[in-house]
Design a protein around this ligand. Sequence first.
Ligand code: C5P
Length: 233
Amino acid sequence: MRYSVIIPAAGSGSRMGAAIPKVFLRLSTVVGEPSIIQKTVEIFALDPECERVVVCVNREWRARFNDELQGVPKVVLVDGGETRQDSVRCGVEALISLVAEPLHAKSCVLVHDAARCCLPTDVVRRVVDGVYEHGAVTAAVTVPDALSIVTDGVVRSSVDRGNVWAIQTPQGFWLDELRLAHLAANADGFVALDDASIVARAREVRVVEGDRRNIKVTHPQDLAVAVQMCREG
Ligand code: C5P
């Protein structure tokens, strides 16, 4: 089951508090250990079913991305945008120009956050299979915690966690549907943190089982957790 992937990687990673974008951080101080972006990109670049890896980058850091991903097959660098949503839209347009016209409707595209570098390959398989079966899917996991609505620091009501899933990436779509959904969101001023929310305005997006190891490295303490999660993966 062939597919391409768009990896938004143009964020500053300000919550990480590092001087460089977080995707350049290494998972260990051991010399030769890969950076977050190298690990994430290689998950897809080394998969024989993956045809293209479009990485959306911050223009100011393009040279560094080039260095980090030198020699990794299938990689295309694209300038990202102001927000994650803008970056994915740039990636979609780049991919559209790489895929021959009659194939837009039949091209499976995944979107995966650069900062989720411990993604197990069986989740990739479930998402790709899910696209071919259902057309639009996202990886997600159930939530073990009790959930409440809190305003002004006060618990107001509880949420039935039976209906709540924590949404992960990869998310998978047909390329033409993802493109149309992004163009419509942009035209309507609809803003979302992920692509499933954007595509869900137009069609059903199904959930497939994600993985608790598939964390998004966001805060400094996540680095140590990611080292452990990647080891287990
Ligand atoms: O900020 P957050 O961690 O939610 O970002 C999710 C992903 O989106 C990250 O991989 C980040 O690099 C990417 N991003 C982007 N362009 C932006 C902002 C974030 O590609 N302008």
